[in-house]
Design a protein around this ligand. Structure first.
Ligand code: R1P
Ligand code: URA
Length: 291
């Protein structure tokens, strides 16, 4: 069995993975990821008890119980680069023996659920509503660093996306990955469903103009108008497709759920985004604890 070298998988003096500073026994196999480190406590305040808390860089994690269900909530910070770190280190915690530095013969799938915020790309998806991502369509480039291939339907969808949006190769080579069928079936009532586009930034990469001109000023209109059979793009944000793509490659079940705080078509921003997120946290925890 190949030993993974010290420079490739860094383990600190506590026996914990480098960035997350977590040891295997400090992680549950159902994990909620949030972008904002302050949102970790907003989730864990609903736990019946917290058995472990950790705080390292932007990666705050709390592990505890709701009833008999053991959960970890962890902040990722903003963006796909952090998702590369979080997904790889979460996977290492369950699927690599940190003592021998070898891949375990039996792999453990995690349930990874992102509870985030997002901007809607359809007029009929108002602020303070909730979107479950059927697919993550990445224009953030992360999955292009891994050996990843879409299935036939995803390839067709992607081809149609490139043709319809005329996104040029200087911006990105897009990729797409579906959500976990195992998880999405629990999140049906009161959620919009659709394709989520993951961007490598909040301003230019999401078509926002403050003082700088954009290379692709029609980006929002083209994303809004895109259709492929029953599919349309509902929203964009900055983590979903990396979570879906890496999760699939590593064998985990992943789902991304977003509170819509901005609508980029109607140009509105939520009057109380904190309340919308708080309600999404409650709904998500209710569903998870009823599995
Ligand atoms: C940008 O404001 C951030 O908000 C969204 C985006 O994906 C990005 O991380 O998610 P979170 O609210 O979970 O951070
Ligand atoms: N998060 C994003 O990435 N974009 C938005 O418009 C709102 C939240």
């Amino acid at each position: 069995m190949q030993r993974i070298q010290e420079s490739e998988l860094i383990i600190n003096k506590r026996g914990a993975v480098y960035h997350l500073d977590l040891r295997p026994e400090e992680l549950a196999d159902t994990i909620i990821t949030v972008g904002d480190p302050d949102r970790v406590a907003a989730v864990s305040k609903h736990f019946d008890r917290i058995e472990h808390k950790c705080n390292h860089r932007e990666f705050i994690s709390h592990t505890g119980y709701m009833g008999k269900k053991r959960l970890t909530v962890i902040s990722t910070g903003i963006g796909p680069d952090n998702i590369d770190i979080v997904l790889n280190e979460l996977d290492a915690l369950v699927n690599i023996d940190l003592a021998t530095r070898t891949i375990k013969p039996e792999l453990t799938p995690l349930n990874i659920i992102r509870v985030g915020t997002s901007g809607a790309l359809q007029a009929d998806i108002p602020t303070d509503s909730y979107v479950v991502s059927t697919h993550g369509l990445g224009i953030d480039n992360l999955l292009n660093f891994y050996r990843y291939e879409e299935n036939d339907e995803e390839k067709q969808l992607l081809q149609s996306f490139v043709t319809q949006t005329q996104l040029n190769h200087r911006i990105s080579q897009p990729y797409i990955c579906g959500s976990s069928a195992h998880l999405i079936k629990h999140f049906v009532n009161n959620f919009h469903h659709g394709i989520t586009v993951t961007c490598p930034g909040f301003y230019g990469p999401q078509g926002r103009i403050l003082r700088l001109g954009l290379s692709n000023p029609q980006l929002i209109d083209r994303l809004t108008q895109f259709t492929f059979g029953p599919h349309r793009i509902t929203n964009f944000e900055m983590e979903t497709s990396g979570i879906y793509g890496l999760g699939k490659l590593l064998g985990h079940h992943c789902l991304s759920i977003s509170a819509i705080v901005a609508n980029r078509v109607t140009k509105q921003f939520s009057k109380d985004s904190q309340a919308a997120i708080e309600q999404l946290i409650r709904k998500t925890l209710d569903i998870i604890s009823s599995w």
